[in-house]
Design a binder for this molecule. Structure first.
Ligand SMILES: *[C@@H]1O[C@H](CO)[C@@H](O)[C@H](O)[C@H]1NC(C)=O
Ligand SMILES: *[C@@H]1O[C@H](CO)[C@@H](O)[C@H](O)[C@H]1NC(C)=O
Ligand SMILES: *[C@@H]1O[C@H](CO)[C@@H](O)[C@H](O)[C@H]1NC(C)=O
Ligand SMILES: *[C@@H]1O[C@H](CO)[C@@H](O)[C@H](O)[C@H]1NC(C)=O
Ligand SMILES: *[C@@H]1O[C@H](CO)[C@@H](O)[C@H](O)[C@H]1NC(C)=O
Ligand SMILES: *[C@@H]1O[C@H](CO)[C@@H](O)[C@H](O)[C@H]1NC(C)=O
Length: 510
């Protein structure tokens, strides 16, 4: 079995699916010399030497010509034998009588490295002749019909006996997802990402019991998410639609889920407690919906989760807090994004005990109290946003940590955050302004005998400092003399992270 990532922008995202996943990968990348899937792919054409008497089914050959003509590839009708000669985008398999059948057709310039036939987007259409390919397992059209908007043809439903992968990505398809798609009961991958599809998600999809990856993101789908129950589903992406209603608790029964993305819809209600069975889940993105609080207690049982993104949900009606041990057990968690969720109360100390945290965004809430001391143990932390909250007290970071995060550390607009004299903030200050927007802690200021007040004058001026008694500061900061190598590592880690946050990808199981 081969898995193929299509990332837009096309970038390698194996990071998310590292060792837990025993299947092999092929990644398509736009900016590298990695060969395309088809070059690696199984069974392209046949060799004259070994296949004396081999021939291609003539009806299928005619059908391929039709499909080629319909995409503006008229040149292809000059190919004497479509299964012979390793034509990119066409894959064939022999039967026991050495007759070759078309099993896969792919169109569209996915990247510079993939040589699938391109489509003429102004006049292309999906030819009905695909129904004359009785062995077809994969049908892949990418950016093919963009300027000739057309519905997804219902005749595709007749390919149900064989079709396993249907990808109609960024094709400008309009209208609803036809019920007939539910007739494709052998599908493993259904990818309709970035079209203009409207109407609701058809319940008929539930008939596709072997589905591994369902990507309907980037459309205009409305109505509630139906009670989907796919026992083998790994990827569910319904993001960037107009879906309403609650997150169905039936999703909790899709036990093999690895990625769940319902972001940027109008979903409301609470996150269902039933998600607790999703032990394989690595990414959950429910951001920019209208979800309400409190956060489910079962979150912490998502033991494989690497990225939890809930930002931009109002979490009303009452004030929602981050439960004290709400994330304990999420030992794999690398990315936690809880910005703009109207969260109140303290940041739990237990958050600093998640050893793999790399990106933490808690900005734009009403969190109060101090920054947990445990945060200084987060050795991999490279991006921390605590800005626009009501936090106070001394920031417990070592010089090394401040240097590691640099501009990815955001602390401005809090009630009374301050830094200790011996912390890394002093060193990293630009001579004209303090990019972190925090002041020197009071104790340190007096210890310092006002010596550095001059250089701090501009820092304080745009702050609304609430003169409160700040906590005693522990300034047992270890100063590292080797800042330079640390920085290099930090930059690399940050690069990897910006990839994880671009989780726009789909999985294709061939
Ligand atoms: C295909 O799906 C439609 C609508 O769901 C249904 O009416 C029809 O009977 C199905 N056809 C086959 C051949 O299964
Ligand atoms: C879907 O969009 C088409 C225009 O492309 C429109 O005519 C139709 O009414 C829409 N259907 C729904 C259910 O919104
Ligand atoms: C969000 O949900 C609340 C109820 O929790 C509702 O009152 C409000 O109208 C919803 N807002 C939108 C934009 O749907
Ligand atoms: C930090 O990241 C490294 C490499 O990505 C990993 O090996 C390590 O387990 C992580 N956690 C800690 C606490 O260093
Ligand atoms: C934080 O805010 C809550 C009210 O939301 C208040 O009860 C609590 O005392 C505050 N805690 C601190 C440390 O300021
Ligand atoms: C400061 O943060 C609060 C949220 O805690 C926000 O409402 C306010 O607009 C922010 N102020 C500025 C000047 O950005």
């Amino acid at each position: 079995m081969m898995i193929l990532y299509l990332c837009l922008p096309l970038q390698l995202l194996t990071l998310m699916f590292s060792p837990h996943f025993s299947l092999s990968f092929t990644a398509i990348m736009s900016d590298s010399g990695v060969p395309s899937s088809l070059v690696n792919g199984p069974q392209n054409g046949f060799s004259m030497k070994h296949d004396v008497g081999a021939r291609t089914d003539s009806h299928e050959q005619e059908a391929v010509y039709d499909i080629m003509r319909a995409t503006g590839n008229d040149w292809a009708t000059d190919i004497p034998d479509v299964c012979r000669g390793r034509w990119h985008g066409i894959e064939c398999m022999p039967d026991k009588d050495n007759v070759y059948h078309v099993v896969s057709l792919s169109f569209g310039a996915l990247s510079d490295d993939t040589a699938f036939p391109t489509c003429d987007p102004t006049r292309s259409y999906l030819s009905r002749s695909v129904t004359k390919l009785p062995h077809l397992k994969t049908l892949f059209f990418y950016r093919c019909f963009s300027y000739n908007p057309q519905p997804i043809p219902t005749f595709l439903g007749t390919l149900g006996r064989t079709l396993q992968t249907l990808v109609l990505r960024e094709n400008g398809h309009v209208g609803p997802i036809p019920d007939e798609v539910g007739n494709l009961t052998r599908l493993r991958v259904l990818d309709l990402h970035n079209n203009h599809l409207n109407g609701s998600i058809p319940l008929s999809l539930n008939r596709i019991t072997g589905l591994r990856s369902l990507d309907l993101s980037g459309n205009k789908l409305t109505g509630p998410i139906p009670g989907l129950t796919f026992p083998s589903l790994n990827i569910l992406d319904l993001g960037q639609n107009l879906l309403t209603g609650p997150i169905p608790s039936t999703l909790g029964a899709c036990l093999p889920l690895i990625k769940l993305d319902l972001s940027r819809n109008h979903l409301n209600g609470m996150i269902p407690e039933k998600i607790n069975g999703l032990k394989s889940l690595m990414l959950m993105d429910l951001s920019y919906n209208n979800l309400s609080g409190p956060l489910p207690k079962s979150l912490k049982s998502l033991s494989s989760l690497q990225a939890l993104i809930l930002k931009g949900n109002p979490m009303g009606p009452g004030p929602t807090t981050i439960p004290n041990n709400g994330f304990t057990g999420m030992t794999e968690l690398m990315t936690l994004v809880l910005s703009n969720m109207n969260l109140h109360g303290p940041i739990p100390e237990s958050l600093g005990q998640l050893p793999n945290l790399r990106v933490v965004h808690l900005d734009g809430n009403s969190l109060n109290g101090s920054v947990p001391k445990s945060f200084k143990d987060l050795k991999n932390l490279s991006e921390l946003r605590l800005n626009d909250n009501k936090l106070s007290g001394s920031v417990p970071f070592s010089r090394e940590m401040v240097w590691r995060m640099k501009k990815k550390l955001r602390l401005h607009n809090n009630s009374g955050l301050c830094y200790a004299d011996k912390s890394g903030f002093r060193d990293s200050e630009d001579s004209t302004f303090n990019q972190y927007g925090i002041k020197l802690c009071d104790e340190d200021r007096s210890n310092n005998n006002g010596g550095s007040e001059g250089s701090l004058g501009t820092i304080v001026q745009h702050l609304s400092v609430t003169r409160q008694k700040s906590e005693p500061t522990t300034t047992n900061v270890v100063s590292s003399s080797s800042d330079a190598p640390v920085l290099v590592v930090a930059v690399t880690v940050t690069r990897l992270l910006s990839l994880t946050s671009l989780l726009l990808f789909t999985l294709i199981l061939l």
